[in-house]
Design a protein around this ligand. Structure first.
Ligand code: NAP
Length: 461
């Protein structure tokens, strides 16, 4: 990627041109960072009514431009249209949630008259934005994951400098237009379609004291280690598991597991990768997921009937296929899928996989999941926790005691009951433990990450 040059973004499905971007020159990168720093003096004091008005106007534009955005997502990310529409709607919900959270983001009065010397004293605790936010975003939800950084930043009055994934800069550029049209200052949101290597300079830049990174674990943790004194949020990967207990609605669980594994070709950080199923219902569950997988029509993401498009690149599909073949060589059985045509991987279900196989213990990020039986809930929970990741997990059961046990014992940032681990509401706190990251998104929680508290201690004379 040469700085200052034009770059063509091509569809991962058929190579057609999705759009063009200009790679910013070194001078343009410098003025984006310097501009963000300067305009912070204005945005940090922008009144609440202006920030919420901007956030709500962006939400409305996202809904108005839903069809265009879905087409852009189909072209740059190969996301089937129906999922692109959902992503645009979710991004609007994220902006609305940020507006609501901004209205609730209030300080606290503290009684500080705790001993005779401090009689009459009180304190006012408020949070203030730390400074401009460097947002680094991945290819898989290029619109809504951008919204998850930009909306809370606007909510607290912080400028954003964004480095989108190289494959998917177009939605971020479209969002920027909407944000500026809504009245947010131009210098307070830049989108810089740079390569990862060049963006590392931005991570080190002291004028961008907050780094909000969503992407893969090795990149995220390395970036954090470069800047130990910065506020760094990491939303990283996972190999999410679901426990399907014998008392669950098995038909419903099978449908939700298939959806959670194959939506957007399994390229979600919380895609279901490991289904653990009680031995009493294991055979039935296996049959059901194979039947339901057959209904996942693969093909052109612009075709209204397509449910499963190609992966982001042929290399990624080849890597996933290699891991599947490796599991089969190690004794696993292929229940469905596995064929590949370029970047299109026919959705895979495996059984008899060992916990040490790469399809189990690494993040596959592909339409692939494993199904294995267990006999006790404790054994299933142990297998869920036997992962270096911990983003979300699911449990299907009607029993409150088991729900409680799962919530207490599963080591993840979230536990979903009676849906796949891929379920997420945009306002909820979202993030991982272990290698899956640090910090939380969801507008109200990201606003905490982008701010620091300050106390005013008052002595009445
Ligand atoms: P990635 O390769 O780690 O890239 C993420 C972003 O980091 C891209 O913009 C990438 O730019 C940039 N980058 C790469 N190297 C960099 C460097 N040295 N300095 C600064 N930036 C750098 O991840 P991806 O393949 O796009 O996305 C898939 C990953 O994201 C999966 O692991 C998935 O689980 C994770 N994810 C997590 C969440 C969550 O909320 N927890 C959500 C979605 C995805 P280039 O594109 O130019 O390389």
């Amino acid at each position: 990627m040469t700085m200052g040059s034009e770059r063509v973004i091509r569809s991962p499905y058929d190579g057609r041109e999705a759009g063009r971007v200009t790679v910013p020159s070194a001078g343009e990168v410098e003025s984006a960072v310097a501009g963000a720093r300067t305009v912070f003096g204005t945005t940090r004091r922008m009144p609440l009514y202006q920030r919420t008005r901007i956030l709500r106007a962006v939400a409305e534009s996202l809904l108005a431009r839903r069809e265009d955005l879905a087409r852009t997502l189909a072209d740059e990310a190969a996301k089937p249209l129906r999922f692109g529409r959902i992503e645009a709607e979710r991004a609007a919900a994220t902006f609305h949630a940020a507006a609501a959270a901004a209205e609730m983001f209030e300080g606290r009065v503290l009684s500080l008259d705790v001993n005779p010397d401090s009689a009459g004293r009180w304190g006012l605790l408020r949070r203030f934005p730390i400074g401009p936010v460097l947002a680094i975003t991945p290819f898989n939800f290029p619109l809504n994951l951008t919204a998850h950084k930009v909306a809370p930043a606007i909510a607290v009055g912080a400028p954003v400098v964004q480095k989108p994934a190289s494959q998917t800069p177009l939605c971020a550029l479209a969002l920027r237009e909407m944000v500026l049209e809504a009245g947010w200052p131009e210098e307070a949101y830049s989108v810089l379609p740079l390569s990862g290597a060049v963006a590392e300079g931005l991570v080190r830049d002291p004028r961008l004291p907050v780094v909000s990174f969503t992407g893969s674990a090795p990149v995220g943790w390395r970036l954090k280690s470069l800047v130990p004194r910065k506020r760094v949020g990491l939303e990283l990967g996972g190999n999410a598991a679901a426990i399907v207990h014998e008392d669950a609605d098995i038909e419903d669980a099978a449908a939700r597991c298939v959806g959670g594994a194959f939506a957007f070709a399994g390229q979600s950080c919380i895609s279901l990768q490991r289904a653990l199923v009680h031995e009493a219902v294991f055979d039935r569950f296996q049959k059901l997921v194979v039947q339901k997988a057959a209904a996942w029509k693969t093909g052109d993401p612009r075709d209204e009937t397509t449910l499963l498009g190609p992966m982001i690149s042929e290399e990624d599909a080849m890597r996933a296929q290699e891991w599947v073949n490796e599991a089969v060589s190690g004794g696993a059985s292929l229940l469905s899928g596995g064929g590949r045509q370029g970047a299109l991987l026919a959705p895979v279900i495996l059984t008899g996989t060992e916990p040490g196989a790469r399809v189990e213990c690494e993040e596959i990020f592909a339409p692939v999941f494993t199904v294995n039986p267990y006999s006790s809930l404790a054994e299933a929970i142990e297998r869920v926790n036997g992962s270096r990741y911990g983003l979300q997990a699911a449990v299907f059961t009607r029993d409150l005691g088991r729900i409680h046990e799962a919530f207490e014992s599963i080591e993840t940032g979230g536990v979903v009951v009676n849906d796949s681990p891929a379920w997420r509401a945009d306002k909820m706190p979202y993030g991982g433990v272990k290698d899956s990251g640090t910090g939380r998104e969801g507008p109200a929680f990201a606003m905490e990450e982008f701010t620091e508290m300050k106390i005013l201690s008052v002595r009445l004379p």
